[in-house]
Design a binder for this molecule. Structure first.
Ligand code: ADE
Length: 244
């Protein structure tokens, strides 16, 4: 069973449409949809926003459905300014940008875990599905919608993803996060919580993020429009290929 999590319904809406033998289980205020995607058994859930919501959902998913792996997909704000809306960040490690128990522990270190960065698990087949999606991009995303967001040929970047309980849309937060975490690609609100739960329960996991905004003053406008119109087509394109 593959566990698939997103923070919002919009991010997985298209994938849910192709889920066969769908069954819904309600636990802790969330709906867990089990079924088959092509030949693979999956469980799909929306975590809601933020690290606590993501940790609750991931823990419940693991203890009730025993997934062999977890994949989180969703949108993120770009910190690396070479990234554009529509680009894909394939996470190599996750960090909580708002973790600070100094002076007892180093800034960003997760207390009592002796870790700051949690590495994702290598998954060649998932990465190939991301690459396949990118090379057949306009089969999945209508040209008109790509043009609306200025997407011409989206890049895939492997790198560090940071999470925190903050929607980043001003220069002070942006610069703080960027300066505290070298080589950071993007910022979101759930991935590092999913990473910590998976690490502690020893479940392989991956985080895939699509850039919806540049974590600046225009983020509150770009983010919801992109999420609704485009983001769920990425999840469908990538995960449909991965499960087939
Ligand atoms: N998810 C998408 N855009 C984001 C941003 N700018 N900050 C935090 N999470 C995000």
């Amino acid at each position: 069973m593959i566990g698939i999590i997103s923070a919002m319904h919009d991010e997985l809406a298209e994938l849910l449409l192709i889920l066969k033998n769908k069954k819904t289980t309600v636990l802790g205020n969330r709906e867990y949809y089990t079924g088959t995607l092509h030949h693979k058994n999956v469980v799909i859930v929306f975590s809601k926003w933020g690290k606590v919501a993501a940790a609750i959902t991931t823990t419940q998913l693991i203890s009730s459905f025993h997934p062999s792996e977890i994949i989180f997909t969703g949108v993120a704000g770009a910190i690396n300014q070479e990234l554009n809306i529509g680009d894909i960040v394939y996470g190599t490690s996750l960090v909580q940008h708002d973790m600070d128990a100094s002076p007892l522990f180093s800034k960003l270190e997760i207390p009592l875990l002796n870790k700051t960065y949690i590495e994702t698990n290598s998954n060649v087949s998932l990465f190939n599905s991301v690459t396949h999606f990118q090379t057949s991009y306009f089969k999945h995303i209508p040209k008109k919608e790509a043009e609306e967001f200025g997407i011409q040929s989206p890049k895939i970047v492997k790198g560090i993803i940071a999470s925190g309980d903050e929607f980043v849309s001003d220069a002070v937060s942006f610069n703080n996060i960027k300066n505290n975490i070298p080589n950071l690609q993007c910022v979101e609100m759930e991935g590092a919580a999913v990473a910590q739960v998976c690490y502690e329960y020893n479940i392989p996991f991956n985080i895939i993020r699509i850039i919806s905004d540049k974590a600046d003053h225009s983020a509150p406008i770009d983010f919801p429009v992109f999420t609704k119109k485009v983001a769920s087509k990425y999840a469908k394109g990538i995960l449909e290929n991965y499960c087939s």
